[in-house]
Design a protein. Structure first.
Length: 166
């Protein structure tokens, strides 16, 4: 099995689970935070969605430079905006995963801000650590936010306390 096919199988399962979670985000609570240092519910939700977009940014390019493309977090939106944005990111990520060769997975990807280099690693490592593990981390945070707001959680890795669909 090629590397991209292995990642694609994982990605498809995780993308579906993430979408089910994002569908439940009550955007009327956009500004809600569990703590003053936390992202708001809306910011975190769009961050989860945008991380999926980082897959294509990482696999299709050798560098991401904040000096050229500054990071601008989403400031507002509806659940429909969130899902459309997420679905667009998923489509682009899927295409990037399908099209990358094993050889290109071994090329170095660099995250920088002009001359300052934050990360430089093989794309395969960036895919796992910078993209997928980062997504899972923030998706887990989002489940805590939603639980705290009494939003029923979907099944992700088996039944949740709200869905016993195994």
């Amino acid at each position: 099995m090629s590397i991209n096919q292995s990642f694609l199988a994982e990605f498809e399962n995780e993308a579906a689970s993430t979408r089910r979670l994002l569908e439940r985000v009550p955007m009327d609570k956009w500004s809600w935070k569990p703590h003053e240092k936390s992202m708001s519910l809306g910011q975190l939700s769009f961050h989860v969605a945008e991380i999926v977009g980082w897959i294509s940014d990482t696999l299709d390019n050798d560098t991401y430079d904040f000096a050229i493309t500054p990071y601008v977090p989403k400031e507002e939106g509806t659940t429909e905006d969130l899902l459309k944005y997420y679905d667009d990111c998923v489509g682009k990520a899927r295409t990037s995963i399908q099209n990358i060769s094993d050889e290109n997975f071994m090329k170095t990807w660099t995250l920088r801000n002009g001359e300052t280099v934050y990360l430089a690693m093989p794309k395969i490592q960036a895919m796992r650590g910078f993209c997928l593990n980062h997504l899972y981390h923030h998706r887990g945070q989002l489940t805590v936010y939603l639980r705290t707001l009494n939003v029923p959680l979907p099944s992700i890795y088996g039944p949740s306390a709200d869905e016993n669909n195994m």
